[in-house]
Design a protein around this ligand. Structure first.
Ligand SMILES: *Cc1c(COP(=O)(O)O)cnc(C)c1O
Length: 400
């Protein structure tokens, strides 16, 4: 095996190499079997090697891979139609990633204020602990100092306020404000869900001040919380004007989208925006198959049932391991456990016991299993975590 001298040192993968996936399990060359409770960071919502997705990709692969948006792309209109019928949106722009979807959302918001005669309204209010991607605009939107350090001057136009603090949002609104951007459930920031009432209040605030409400549902969308989108728990009373989605919508095929109301998207015409790859034939065929699976009511019913069971089990783990677990949080199958020991060390120990989990900010162990898991899979994970937390008692406490 060649030494890894030539890849950017931006990642620190463990020694295991996975070569195959089936449902909720990943396999190494040597046949090691791992229960996947992170699903490519909330991407493989339908698990690995799903027959409908494999079929859609194979079929399209034998027909046409790429055209660019110079030409009509088969499947775009149909997929946009599906997403609009299932959401607040009237218009869709397809991207290749979550960060690009957020970029499009930010551009859409400013452009809407511009074409409506308010070009001075450029500021976007964002939340502390947010994660919106790694491009220049999205690291500035996220505001995490660790992701901004060394990359030159901060971009103007972003105002970062305390997460979940309505007074802070109100105080940040000026006559230059264009929009408020938030994740209904913060993923990277520590798996923190905003209460439904808070989303409704922000919606009302946006209406009062003529601001656009942008959700980043890159992680919380695609059925992750037991509804197609997390904000839909507000039953239409907290709909955004613009929304970025990605991760789970491609089921593992890299893609994303920006959804918007007709009004919000009015300024996005020929010229101001575009993409070479966005909305390509391969992405469209896979994402269409993903959408059909995600909108099967039986799948969402199962997500809600399994999520309830999982949360109950995690609460029991918390009671059994008060030295290790501080808090259980999240929504649906996006669940975090805030730990008293180092989450990264606990994550690594779980992997040794063949359970794959993630971590997130605020010293949180993050779980985002495929949506197709059942209660037996949860029991298997809980048994491993029980063992891991017992061993973790001897670890040094986490200190900031
Ligand atoms: C992952 C993520 C992004 C960025 O998506 P990429 O595909 O990595 O660019 C943006 N927002 C949220 C909430 C995410 O979880």
């Amino acid at each position: 095996m060649p030494k890894n001298d030539h890849i950017y040192n931006c990642y620190a993968p463990p020694p295991e190499e996975f070569v195959r996936g089936e449902g909720v399990y990943l396999y190494t060359e040597g046949g090691g079997k791992y229960l996947d409770f992170i699903a490519g960071i909330a991407v493989n919502g339908l698990g690995h090697n799903h027959p409908a997705l494999v079929g859609a990709l194979k079929e399209q692969a034998g027909q046409l891979w790429h055209l660019s948006n110079m030409f009509k792309v088969k499947g775009q209109v149909e997929l946009a139609q599906k997403y609009c019928a299932a959401s607040f949106a009237d218009k869709v722009f397809f991207t290749n990633s979550g960060a690009e979807a957020v970029e499009c959302a930010l551009k859409t918001a400013r452009r809407c204020q511009f074409v409506e005669g308010r070009p001075e309204r450029v500021e976007i209010i964002t939340c502390k602990g947010a994660f919106h991607g790694r491009t220049f605009a999205t690291i500035n939107a996220g505001g995490n100092p660790k992701y901004l350090e060394g990359f030159g001057p901060a971009l103007p136009g972003f105002v970062n306020v305390e997460f979940g603090d309505m007074d802070a949002i109100k105080a940040a609104i000026t006559d230059k404000t264009a929009a408020i951007l938030m994740e209904p459930v913060q993923g990277e920031g520590g798996v923190r869900a905003l209460p439904v009432q808070f989303l409704k209040d922000v919606r009302a605030l946006c209406d009062e001040h003529g601001l656009l409400l942008i959700y980043d549902e890159v992680q919380s969308g695609a059925g992750r919380t037991g509804k197609l989108f997390a904000h839909q728990w507000a039953d239409g009373d907290a709909d955004p004007d613009i929304m970025a989605i990605a991760k789970g919508m491609g089921g593992g095929f890299p893609m994303g989208a920006c959804l918007a109301t007709k009004r919000a998207a009015e300024g996005m015409v020929v010229g101001p925006h575009g993409s070479t790859y966005g909305g390509g034939p391969l992405a469209m065929s896979v994402a269409s198959a993903v959408f059909d699976e995600l909108t099967d009511p039986e799948l969402m019913a199962s997500v809600n049932k399994t999520a309830n069971f999982m949360t109950q089990q995690f609460e029991r783990l918390k009671q059994a391991h008060p030295d290790v677990v501080e808090d259980v949080r999240g929504k649906g199958l996006l669940v975090g456990m805030k730990l008293k020991k180092k989450a990264l060390d606990v994550r690594n120990l779980a992997r040794v016991h063949k359970l794959l989990v993630g971590n997130a900010g605020d010293n949180v162990l993050r779980m985002a299993p495929p949506l197709i898991i059942n209660e037996d899979n949860v029991r298997e994970a809980v048994a491993v975590l029980d063992k891991v937390f017992t061993q973790a008692k001897d670890m040094a406490d986490f200190s900031g």
